[in-house]
Design a protein. Structure first.
Length: 85
């Protein structure tokens, strides 16, 4: 089953379940749309939070060679000299 088909099936299942629950609670149609929008926003917020946390948990990358502070100053001075010419 392709991803698109899976998503359509999930959408249908979630919609039907939510629709039954909202109708059982005698929720007016105008409030049903607000409730579903709020649920969608909650899913988006959770997905964003998970993405944000996972990007912070990536392993740090080590540099092959960092050099000394003196080498850095020398490189910066050479860069300034190249700009002036």
């Amino acid at each position: 089953m392709e991803l698109g088909e899976t998503l359509q099936i999930l959408e249908g299942i979630i919609y039907e379940k939510a629709k039954r629950e909202l109708e059982a609670a005698e929720t007016p149609l105008s409030l049903q749309t607000i409730a579903m929008d709020a649920v969608a926003a909650k899913f988006k917020e959770e997905a964003y939070e998970n993405l944000r946390i996972s990007t912070m948990q990536k392993e740090t990358q080590t540099e092959a060679r960092t050099g000394t502070p003196e080498e850095l100053l020398k490189e910066l001075k050479e860069g300034e000299g190249a700009k002036e010419q």
